[in-house]
Structure formats: structure tokens, C-alpha cells
Design a protein around this ligand. Structure first.
Ligand code: CP
Length: 317
């Protein structure tokens, strides 16, 4: 992509959003501040034309409800427009068009591209070919940086701070790109990260090593009961059926953890339950009415964060 002159205070202008490793704490404080302003715009009576005339290409090679629709909503609420390619089977991808050629096409028509793709590293490849900013909307089991930003924003909004918290991540920590990104983003803060997973779904060693290099106290167990009472944040994830080569293994581990009202009796009163969604049984519906269940508020925050990111990347904050 081309280099643009940065706006003071906005280090996002003209940048790709590919990995959480590109952020410092100052960047997060900046984007969270903009997201709070975006919430006021979205909840207010009026409308905004901040991004009028700007066009977003939403290119999704994998299914999505939240990421795709919140980016579309974010762009629409700021007066911009969207080229939605949510079903690549109806695009020239089915004729064999490569990712670089598809990116080269969309950059002619738009100002920013959001890409979700099944292959780790695909967002980086797209960015290498694009002259406009590329935002990684999830690349295989790699990263989901905008999800991590909205997750961290939610923790701050719900608990008022991030430093000093114990964050328990539970479920599919091997294939879950949201926890890969969130764990690394949390390592900018003074937190403890406790990983709860069956042996076959453990957090990858490279991520544990990265956390430890940054001085983050970490722990691993397969037993949620060992760490639940200490949790300030219980981050639950879906076991990712689509990533398993061995479906019998999936069947064996899919129900490893189910959060119910009984589970939460052993947790702190002031704690939040989060989930990137979709859920497929790992949080029972009875938990939804517990004030600690933050996953729907988390999902809503996604739109404010994506409004902030689009405005920042396009230099309009
Ligand atoms: N959390 C998340 O990425 O949801 P979608 O797959 O629906 O976009």
C-alpha cells in the first residue's frame, strides 16, 4: 500500500490492520476514545457523514455474521458505502481468480478493504498487493485483530480498567484466532492469563512463549474449576469444528466446557463472561440474563470499534 502523511495523534491513517503486534498502548487508548465518540453518534438522534464518498470493500471467503455486518453497519452509519462480497461463490473467485487479482480489482473501486480468508497470512499477502489499507477480518487460525480490539474495549468498559486483571480463556485455544490475538494484545498490560483447554486444544506454544517473554504470568490447565474463582474475565470460545481434520476428535472434545448458572455460582460477583460468538452450546442460554454475561454488549461494541477504525484508517477522526 502507499504511504500517506500521518495526522497528529492518529497513527492509524493509511495503515493496514493486520496483526495486534502493530499496536502500542497509546494506539489502543486513541482508538478506544474514538470508539466512545462513535457510540454517541450511533446512539444519538442524528446521522454522520464523516465517511461520505468513501467506499469499503467487504471481501469474505469464510462465513461471518458479526464482523461482516458490523463493518457494513459502521460504514453506513458514517455515511460511506460498501461493496459486500460475502459469498465469493458469486464472484470471479469461482472462475479461478487469485487473491492478489481480486484485491487489485477492489482497490480500483474502494478506499479500504476488509478481508476474511481461511488461510493464515492471507491478509498480509493482500496488503502487499494493495495500494489502499487492508483490514484483517480473520485469517484462518492466525489472527482477528479487530475482534481483539473490541474485546479489550469491552473489558475496559465493563470493569473500568485492564491492568491487574486475571483473564481466563477457555475452550478451543488451538484453532481460535480470537484468543491468539487477544492474549497478545493483553500482554501490553499487567495481566495474568490462564488457559483452560483439553490437551489437544491447548494454546499454541509460540503464543505462550510470546506472553512469557513479555513477562505475563501464564498458567495452563484442563480443569476450569482450578482457576474459575480467580477470574475477572471468563473468555469462552467455540470448538472450531471446521478446522478439525479428524471429526471423531471434534465429537470427543466439543462439549468439554459448558458454562451454566451453576458454573457462575463459583465465580466472582464482579466478573464478565465474554465470547466472540457464535456459540454452539458452550454457554447455556440461562446465563444470558446474568448481569455478568457481557457477550451481547461485546458484540455491540464491535460496531463502535469498527466505526473508529474505518474513520482512523481513512484519516477522518
Ligand atoms: N466474532 C466473529 O468473528 O463473528 P463472525 O464469525 O460472525 O464474524
Amino acid at each position: 500500500m502507499i504511504t500517506m502523511t500521518p495526522i497528529p495523534g492518529n497513527s492509524f491513517y493509511g495503515r493496514d490492520i493486520l496483526s495486534v503486534d502493530q499496536f502500542a498502548r497509546d494506539d489502543l487508548e486513541y482508538i478506544f476514545g474514538v470508539a466512545e465518540g462513535m457510540r454517541d453518534i450511533a446512539r444519538g438522534p442524528g446521522s454522520s457523514d464523516l465517511l461520505r464518498g468513501k467506499v469499503l470493500s467487504c471481501l469474505f471467503y469464510e462465513p461471518s455474521t458479526r464482523t461482516s455486518s458490523s463493518f457494513v453497519a459502521a460504514m453506513s452509519r458514517l455515511g460511506g458505502s460498501v461493496i459486500p462480497i460475502n459469498e465469493v461463490h458469486y464472484s470471479s473467485v469461482t472462475k479461478g481468480e487469485s487473491l492478489p487479482d481480486t484485491i487489485r480489482t477492489l482497490e480500483c473501486y474502494s478506499d479500504v478493504i476488509v478481508l476474511r480468508h481461511p488461510e493464515t497470512g492471507s491478509a498480509r499477502i493482500a496488503a502487499d498487493f494493495a495500494r489502499i489499507p487492508v483490514i484483517n477480518g480473520g485469517d484462518g487460525i492466525g489472527e482477528h485483530p479487530t475482534q481483539a480490539l473490541l474485546d479489550l474495549f469491552t473489558i475496559q468498559e465493563e470493569l473500568g480498567h485492564i491492568d491487574g486483571l486475571s483473564v481466563v480463556m477457555v475452550g478451543d485455544l488451538k484453532y481460535g484466532r480470537t484468543v491468539h490475538s487477544l492474549a497478545r494484545l493483553l500482554s501490553l498490560y499487567n495481566v495474568r492469563i490462564l488457559c483452560v483447554a483439553p490437551d489437544v486444544l491447548r494454546m499454541p506454544d509460540r503464543i505462550i512463549a510470546q506472553l512469557q517473554e513479555r513477562g505475563i504470568p501464564t498458567g495452563e490447565t484442563a480443569d476450569l474449576n482450578v482457576v474459575l474463582a480467580d477470574a475477572d474475565v471468563l473468555y469462552v470460545t467455540r470448538v472450531q469444528k471446521e478446522r478439525f481434520e479428524d471429526q471423531a476428535l471434534y465429537e470427543r472434545v466439543k462439549g468439554s466446557y459448558v458454562i451454566t448458572p451453576q458454573t457462575l455460582r463459583r465465580a466472582k460477583e464482579k466478573m464478565v463472561v465474554m465470547h466472540p460468538l457464535p456459540r454452539v452450546g458452550e454457554i447455556s442460554y440461562e446465563v444470558d440474563s446474568d448481569p455478568r454475561a457481557a457477550y451481547f454488549r461485546q458484540m455491540e461494541n464491535g460496531m463502535y470499534i469498527r466505526m473508529a477504525l474505518l474513520a482512523a484508517v481513512l484519516g477522518k477522526t
